[in-house]
Design a protein around this ligand. Structure first.
Ligand code: IMP
Ligand code: MG
Length: 174
């Protein structure tokens, strides 16, 4: 077995700069509104923790758990939702916080679920928007980084549960 190659894509410093820029836009757009950030576990746990600390407006935080990959590099097509949020979402402005959007199936399923719960609005914030394999018409309202292809790891993103703790983003080549 050959050792996987990790090609650097974003450094720790570049990540923080990109999050600061997006946080500024979110803070401006949600000024005076009741904002609830909903992190999609597990991948978004690191991104959400940095994002919320860069906002200059108050925000509540909750999480939902979703999985569709198992231990592979492409979606199984079936999205499993579990551990839904505890905070009442009615009349709140929801911002779904995701690590990376690929086909869009995960977010389209989660977005539908929340739209049926009576929120004031639902938008999407992804650390990475990877558009090459998009299969749905969902719109990523806030993205820190866009890329067309490649399997990325680090900063919360995993391959078979590994690499989440890397401080930067890397392209994993098996
Ligand atoms: P989608 O439903 O195809 O948009 O897949 C979204 C989910 O797949 C993300 O939340 C990630 O957990 C996972 N995913 C998609 N692309 C990558 C990648 O390049 N690296 C790590 N995880 C990925
Ligand atoms: Mg994820």
């Amino acid at each position: 077995m050959t050792t996987p190659e990790l090609v650097p894509i974003l450094t720790k410093q570049e990540i923080q700069q990109k999050i600061m820029d997006v946080a500024r836009n979110i803070s401006r757009d949600y000024e005076g509104k009741e904002l609830l950030l909903i992190g999609i576990l597990k991948g978004a746990f690191i991104f959400l923790s940095d994002l919320v600390r860069h906002l200059s407006i108050p925000a509540q935080v909750d999480f939902i758990r979703a999985s569709s990959y198992g231990n592979t590099m492409s979606t199984s097509g079936t999205v499993n939702l579990a551990d839904t949020v505890q905070i009442d979402v009615r009349n709140k402005h929801l911002l779904l916080v995701e690590d990376i959007v690929d086909t869009g199936l995960t977010l389209s399923c989660i977005q539908k679920y929340f739209l049926s719960q009576g929120p004031a609005s639902v938008r999407i914030c992804a650390f990475i928007d990877k558009y090459e394999r998009r299969e749905t018409d969902i719109r990523v309202d806030y993205a820190c980084h866009t890329t067309d292809e490649g399997f990325l790891v680090g900063y919360g993103l995993d391959y078979a549960e590994n690499y989440r703790g890397l401080p930067g983003i890397y392209h994993l080549k098996l």
